[in-house]
Design a protein around this ligand. Structure first.
Ligand SMILES: NC(=O)c1ccc[n+]([C@@H]2O[C@H](COP(=O)([O-])OP(=O)(O)OC[C@H]3O[C@@H](n4cnc5c(N)ncnc54)[C@H](OP(=O)(O)O)[C@@H]3O)[C@@H](O)[C@H]2O)c1
Length: 292
């Protein structure tokens, strides 16, 4: 049974990966903090920006696969704290990869692109417009120079909603509309949103097939965030009239956002023989899980 070290394991994608992988692999789930009810022999606290601590964990656990989900993901937070973003998103990747000879899976992002002419394929040239995007792109470039097998997966707008989810667009929309709050959602940011559990299945296939290289992933069609919020409202039978359109520029955020983004999935579909799910299918599954 392969040993898989999952970093950032208690974030939204981590939770789905633990659920997907733990019956078939020997998992060590690490994160900055381990939730009280997740403390066990398969979990521990690890700050991946601490090179000595990372080396000790790798020595002791001897991973066959490092699945790096950990990142400073607060895009505006990265803009305000570029040193922290570099530490978590670039330097830490180097510590994890240092001397590692097996399979390294890195979760990158569509934010490596500028959002001028998405959806993007793997051959398109990155041109990040934010500190977050820049740091993720630096990590991608560093990993391309590694001798071990590297899979760089680039999803966009990753969403999940379980009782453990800390932050997710779907959770925020559902919770706000349930509380009958009006929400302003941008109608000029385009993506094909990615369900965490769908992506976790792709990651499992990537481990099994020893997938090597850069791959893009996302749901089956590109839509703007306002449309996505309307679909969420419909599936959860909430009042879509509370969703108001707004432009990104009106939000006055610290970091610029790639507007016309989205990820083309042809390459990974061909490599793994998969089809991305529709956003409706994924949201219905989330709704069923929450109510069962
Ligand atoms: N969410 C998206 O829309 C999206 C889109 C494309 C790509 N991605 C990428 O997908 C991956 C997973 O994203 P996600 O949505 O699951 O993010 P998330 O929920 O923020 O999870 C990331 C986890 O990493 C932890 N972390 C941060 N710094 C760390 C450090 N120095 N050492 C150890 N753990 C650290 C975070 O802890 P704290 O919460 O305590 O900081 C969090 O638990 C990330 O690499 C992200 O860049 C995400």
């Amino acid at each position: 049974m392969k040993n898989i070290l999952i970093t950032g394991a208690f974030g939204q994608l981590g939770e789905a990966c633990i659920k997907q992988l733990s019956s078939r692999y020997n998992i060590l789930a690490v994160d900055l903090f381990v939730p009280d009810d997740k403390q066990n022999a398969q979990s521990m606290a690890l700050d991946i920006s601490d090179p000595d601590a990372v080396a000790v964990v790798k020595d002791n656990f001897q991973p066959d696969v490092i699945l790096n989900l950990a990142a400073m993901t607060n895009v505006d937070g990265c803009e305000r704290n570029p040193a922290g973003a570099k530490s978590a998103n670039v330097d830490a990747v180097k510590y994890l990869a240092d001397g590692f000879k097996w399979h390294f899976i890195q979760i990158s992002t569509d934010y490596v692109f500028d959002g001028k002419n998405g959806p993007y394929s793997e051959g398109d040239s990155p041109n990040p417009i934010s500190v977050y995007g820049q740091t993720k792109w630096e990590a991608d470039q560093f990993l391309e120079s590694m001798e071990c097998m590297v899979t760089t997966l680039r999803p966009n707008v990753v969403y999940g909603y379980t009782k453990y989810t800390k932050a997710s667009f779907v959770k925020w929309v559902v919770d706000s509309l349930t509380q009958k709050k009006t929400i302003n959602i941008v109608d000029d940011q385009w993506n094909n949103p990615t369900w965490t559990e769908d992506l976790a299945e792709v990651i499992e296939r990537g481990i099994d097939e020893e997938l090597k290289g850069i791959y893009h992933y996302g749901g089956d069609r590109v839509m703007n965030r306002y449309e996505f919020a309307h679909i969420i409202a419909d599936i959860f039978e909430l009042d879509a009239g509370l969703v108001q359109p707004i432009k990104t520029v009106e939000l006055n955020q610290d970091a610029p956002r790639p507007l016309k983004s989205g990820m083309k999935t042809d390459k990974i579909e061909k490599a793994l023989g998969i089809r991305p799910k529709s956003v409706e299918t994924c949201l219905k599954e989330i709704r069923n899980q929450l109510t069962s």
